[in-house]
Design a protein around this ligand. Structure first.
Ligand SMILES: [Fe+2]
Length: 435
């Protein structure tokens, strides 16, 4: 099977243990949410919490149980239709933009569905011989990482749902102390002929493969993310009113949708407030600017006289910098980007805080091949009209961030927890024509 590369050694017991951990974590995230919270779809990009809980269950039922469970029968025929996200090869599916009109099954019944599939998965995994475990491990492990992706989406989505309520209910966490940003530092990277892409050991999605060479001219990356204070300077300098700073499509969105600040910001009596999973608070100057589109990230970089990093620059710099996969991820339970730690001369806020927009279009690496069959639709078919983001955010589950991870969203997306790291340099040098 080629959709993932895994060097992790699993046996039936460890696979079952991990399955239980991942499944339980989804329920922990959903636990503070009422059945009503879990039903709302506040915009087409947002899915109801209970849909996420059901869809990740459908994934195991469809891609593991259907072909391997003796006398398989779906838990419920219609669930096959309701909880298919985008797999054309599996069959027809319910409209994505209309998931919020589905009141039945309710949140409780989705829990019953989850329990049923959990039991059947455990029965299957405990009955497998070593060879079959090896054969099914890539798909089951993909199911773990798929569910983790949806754990992050569940949080991004409920943030938007709760933001629509004038009572501004909170989800969890507490606001950070008001702080000011420190001076922006830069980390120089020599570049040259480098390799990017997953090399193992451990799991990767197929889009991180194959590992390959690429050339990087010497460049530098900002040592931390752009802050709210810096974003306010951009706004004060007419950032959202100067077409020369913007890509054409971005400027069209600014005009059409009246953008004048990041997605969750609103001005009340001259003060900018931002909505978070901890409630709505005055914008904190020292925290990273977040919930900006690629268009905004690009316009900010242009205004600052810099640029966004390419994904190869980002990945190589992070590996060359010796960064541990650690930071303000979801296990920190801040549920919001935090101020950069004290400067050390190395990159800060690499993992966690905000997914970082790059200037790289989301395209296949040289030699990429999606897997055979429906599971091959996981990543490859989305390699059009989207931009790559790197690093992870404050809503990313631990164990779900790595240097080679390629997240992707359309350029206009703002509800994802995205931010900006600036780059500079990287300009080709040549001796041709030099006098
Ligand atoms: Fe999915």
């Amino acid at each position: 099977m080629t959709m993932t590369q895994t060097m992790t050694q699993w046996d039936a017991e460890s696979l079952t243990r991990r399955f239980d951990e991942v499944r339980a974590h989804t329920e922990t995230l959903a636990a503070p949410l009422s059945p009503e919270d879990q039903t709302v779809q506040s915009m087409p990009d947002v899915s109801p919490t209970k849909w996420h809980r059901a869809h990740v269950t459908w994934f195991f039922e469809t891609f593991v149980l259907a072909d391997n469970e003796p006398a398989f029968a779906p838990f419920q025929d219609k669930y096959w239709f309701l909880f298919n996200s985008y797999y054309e090869a599996v069959g027809p599916r319910f409209s994505r933009a209309d998931r919020g009109v589905i009141t039945r099954p309710g949140a409780h019944d989705v829990g019953v569905y989850r329990g049923n599939v959990d039991d059947r998965m455990r029965d299957l995994m405990s009955s497998l011989d070593g060879g079959t475990v090896e054969k099914l491990t890539p798909t089951i492990e993909l199911g773990f990482h798929h569910e983790q992706q949806h754990q992050e989406l569940l949080l991004m989505d409920i943030k938007h749902v709760l933001s629509m309520n004038p009572m501004r209910p909170t989800y969890a966490g507490s606001p950070s102390e008001v702080c000011e940003p420190d001076a922006l530092g830069w980390v120089d990277v020599a570049g040259g002929l480098v390799e990017i892409g997953h090399a193992g050991p451990g799991f990767s999605f197929d889009n991180e493969l194959p590992r390959h060479q690429t050339w990087l001219n010497p460049y530098r990356l900002a040592d931390r993310l752009v802050t709210n204070a810096e974003w306010l300077e951009f706004m004060t300098d007419g950032g959202y009113a100067r077409p020369e700073l913007w890509l054409s499509d971005g400027w069209a969105r600014v005009k059409a949708e009246g953008w004048e600040a990041p997605f969750y910001w609103e001005q009340v009596e001259g003060v900018w407030f931002g909505h978070t999973l901890n409630g709505t608070w005055p914008v904190n100057p020292g925290l990273p600017a977040s919930h900006v589109s690629h268009y905004e990230a690009d316009a900010y970089a242009t205004w600052a006289g810099k640029r966004l990093p390419t994904e190869a620059e980002w990945e190589h710099a992070v590996v060359a910098d010796g960064q541990a996969v650690d930071g303000n991820l979801a296990d920190a339970r801040t549920f919001h980007p935090q101020a950069a730690p004290e400067a050390t001369g190395k990159l800060r806020q690499v993992y966690g805080d905000c997914w970082e927009w790059t200037s790289s279009a989301y395209l296949a690496y040289p030699g990429f091949h999606p897997a055979e069959g429906a599971i091959g639709e996981y990543n490859g078919k989305f390699m059009s009209s989207q931009m790559v983001l790197r690093g992870g955010c404050a809503l990313t589950p631990p164990g779900h961030a790595r240097a080679t991870y390629r997240n992707f969203f359309p350029s206009g997306s703002r509800w994802a927890l995205s931010g900006v790291r600036l780059a500079d340099g990287g300009v080709p040098t040549t001796t041709a024509g030099a006098a």
